[in-house]
Design a protein around this ligand. Sequence first.
Ligand code: PEP
Ligand code: MG
Length: 875
Amino acid sequence: MAKYVYQFSEGNGKMRELLGGKGANLAEMTNLGMPVPYGFTVSTEACTRYYDDGKVIAPEIEKEIFEHLCKLEEKAGKKFGDVNNPLLVSVRSGARASMPGMMDTILNLGLNDEVVEGFAKLTNNDRFAYDSYRRFIQMFSDVVMELPKSNFEKIIDEMKEKKGVKLDTELDADDLKEMVKRFKAFYKEQKGTDFPCEPKDQLMEAVKAVFRSWDNPRAIYYRRMNDIPSDWGTAVNVQMMVFGNTGDTSGTGVAFSRNPSTGEKKLYGEFLMNAQGEDVVAGIRTPQSIDELKNIMPEIYDQFVGIVNKLEDHYRDMQDMEFTIENRKLYMLQTRNGKRTATAAINIAVDLVSEGMIDKKQAVLMIDPKQLDALLHPQFDAAAIKKAQPVGSALPASPGAACGKVVFSAEDAVAFSQKGDKVVLVRLETSPEDIEGMNHAEGILTVRGGMTSHAAVVARGMGTCCVAGCGDIVIDEEKKVFTLGGQTFHEGDFISLDGTTGKIYGEAIPTVPASLSGNFGTIMEWTDEFRKMGVRTNADTPRDAKQARKFGAEGIGLCRTEHMFFEGERIKAIREMICSKTVEQRKKALAKLLPMQRGDFEGIYEAMEGCPVTIRFLDPPLHEFVPHDEADIRALADEMGMKYEEVKATIDGLHEFNPMMGHRGCRLAVSYPEIAEMQTQAVIEAAINVQKKHADWKVVPEIMIPLVGEIKELQFVKKTVVTTADEIIKKSGVDLHYKVGTMIEIPRAALTADEIAKDAEFFSFGTNDLTQMTFGFSRDDAGHFLEYYYQNKIYESDPFAKLDQVGVGKLVQMAAKLGRETRPDIKLGICGEHGGDPSTIEFCYKTGLNYVSCSPFRVPIARLAAAQAAIKYDK
Ligand code: PEP
Ligand code: MG
């Protein structure tokens, strides 16, 4: 028969999946002989069963819970609901991965009007008994019955005011009795029924509430942010109460075995005498530093320090513990590996290695790659962000914190920033023309667009904070005004963005600059000792390439050449090229672009110091480059010696109903081979020039043809590339090798990868387009409706951020296998935005890719994630 409930003494620390983190650790501490109040855990399987059964607790599980309650009564020597010697319990959630703040704890469960009387007699302490009872009513109402705590706080405040006192502790037993009455009356008024007085009902309702909380919106959001699957479920811990609020010989506190902000090896924590756990966190009274305990109760302090050391030794990691002192007796209520800042994570990992507690592999595994973001980007001042209330939220498109004055155009961003103002650029969506303004902005906020939209991709590349796709914003870019969350913002008003959580604040919140801890380099060195897969970067400019090199990129996996076309005079030349009527005209315009593009490539080769560089040929639909304002069109017509109507007609003719599936990628080179010819010339000549300067480098250009779906497309464009390249190389006399490969970003390319590999020397998986085309979701519009998919648990995460391994991943695996069958030494990489996502990186490693490529600021994350994958899967 299935078993759903376990006494703490039946479990152990390895049973996290079944007992949740808290339950497993309580069991482990019990086994280590530590003073843990007796209790039992209702398993995560009971939770999944609760959902499978249509949100009911099956009778056999209920029966098992009550059997374990009997065992608990025997051990405790008290009885649940007994008037003379009552057992009170706490009920707390505990998932496999810790999810702080998902659900509050319920303490003092088992009290009712009769039991509280007996409890008061037994403890000879009326005040304590009624204080416990009022706390229970408050917590139970809040957590189980969804009557917010603040309602009750209001009653407490009224009573304190009436009595003319400031602290809860100044209320006496009679006051608390009165408070209980008022709480219950309020409950009845709100709920229409009496407060549940049967302890067994209270217990079952509390267990259900914990199970329910697994699916509250907060928890769903938290899981999505932290890659926690929804089918894990949470366990419930039922534990005998010990009391920190019996008087001055009792207290409660929380402590970390090392400082969770800095990692310093020193006990860190706080406690309150005569209090229950919530008082420490609630901030109503100011807790004392844990060091003070040494003076108040030296023997308890010593015992606690002994336990802390033993726990650190046992878990070999920094511990976060809760404890209670009841009448001078210490109890441990929880231990877990403590949450820590990125700086602390790095410092603790390095310290534990030098202390001989763990080895380098364990240190590398210990750090959450996503946490590194916090070291590489500015963050909000911790105290200020705690007080701030967001006015809205959207996609966390590029991490970091930004605070600045609102501007509505790229030009204004430049103008304001040149005056010395920090700005946040707010746009309906960004386009390549906005690049300079984006570069001057602290943060970027868009109304439309998903995780792979222009704003998201470019901001990540720059390391600039970006929140994308905030559909709740109503914006008028012309009038320079937007509204969100009931507030109106004009140009010059301050807003703040959190690109890590997607939250938007309608006020100025101070930021602190990124700071790399001294141990960061050490950890990065260790990752490279274990890493087997290469890490490249997506970079389009020498500046980004240099930044990525500093972060340890071993090459460029994607250089999007079109991003170079927007600076200065270049846009004019490309517009001329697009509006040309004849091949000759087009070639003339392309000739203007050639030296600029060659110069850029030289800069990139120099920055990459001989590492491989993959350059992708022109990809976006041409309408992205042309002007749409009448004045601009007239100016272009004048420059080209053409009629306005003629140029306007060409531009109108570029309109497509679905440009993402239109005239773009290699289709452009099929229509206009002279574009591929010019780009080949620029790539090869730049490579020759740089090779000549650096005899010790081996410059091997990799030319990548985008959006191929058919081998003949690739062959067609490749012919232009090879003919052009070979002729230039021959003339130069330099022994230059180059490669021609393709992106795999159209499902048909993945399906026919064995064919395509006959002509492609490398594949780079363009998982942005591959996701778009496999799902049939627009990468720019999906953000609008994906939220409903998360709410309805159809998808758990954004497929444009975390690769859909089941569907899109299957195409990647298939293409990798087929490609290698045709060409065993084919080089395989990924350059979609997923290349910087840790779970996707693990997948890429398992699939056997040679490298991942991601934006410069994600390179350290990718190095760490790739090392972790190698350690995990190479046992
Ligand atoms: C892709 O499609 O994954 C890709 C890298 O190309 P782009 O984002 O430029 O379309
Ligand atoms: Mg693409």
